[in-house]
Design a protein around this ligand. Structure first.
Ligand code: FES
Length: 138
């Protein structure tokens, strides 16, 4: 009788250890293999409306890259300031109302379109909204 009790105890212990070992291997494996949930990493940037006036550009950091907002003809635009040619940072020429890329003289209009030079595409537009006296980019 005592022998059967000991055997049952050992079988229960071995079963428990096997279950724990299986869980220890399966959980990290399933976690690794399951698809990641889509989480937006975008963070909005708020800029006071008073910081920008007609014809003026303001550069700022957006998602780790240089971005720019500009008010032209009463409309606020937001762009990535990264040139679409080889990635230099464009500059704003207020007197000409254009962006100039200093690397290869690419020119963009105030609405980001290519005017001249080697850039193959317009500047990347960023979502922009106005709320409570703030310009919200992102
Ligand atoms: S990197 Fe801007 S024109 Fe070449």
């Amino acid at each position: 009788m005592e022998k059967q009790g000991r055997r049952r105890f050992l079988i229960t212990c071995i079963g428990g250890l096997a279950a724990a070992g299986t869980a220890a291997i399966a959980y990290p494996l399933l976690t690794y293999l399951s698809p990641k949930k889509a989480v937006s990493t975008r963070r909005a940037v708020e800029i006071p409306e008073t910081d920008i006036s007609e014809g003026k550009a303001k550069f700022f950091e957006y998602e780790g890259k240089t971005a720019v907002i500009i008010k032209a003809k009463g409309t606020v635009h937001a762009f990535s300031a990264v040139c679409t040619h080889l990635g230099c940072i464009v500059q704003w020429e207020k007197e000409k109302g254009q962006f100039l890329c200093p690397c290869h003289a690419g020119r963009f209009s105030a609405d980001g379109e290519v005017i001249s030079g080697p850039p193959p595409r317009p500047l990347e537009k960023l979502p922009v909204a106005m709320r409570d006296g703030k310009i919200i980019v992102g």
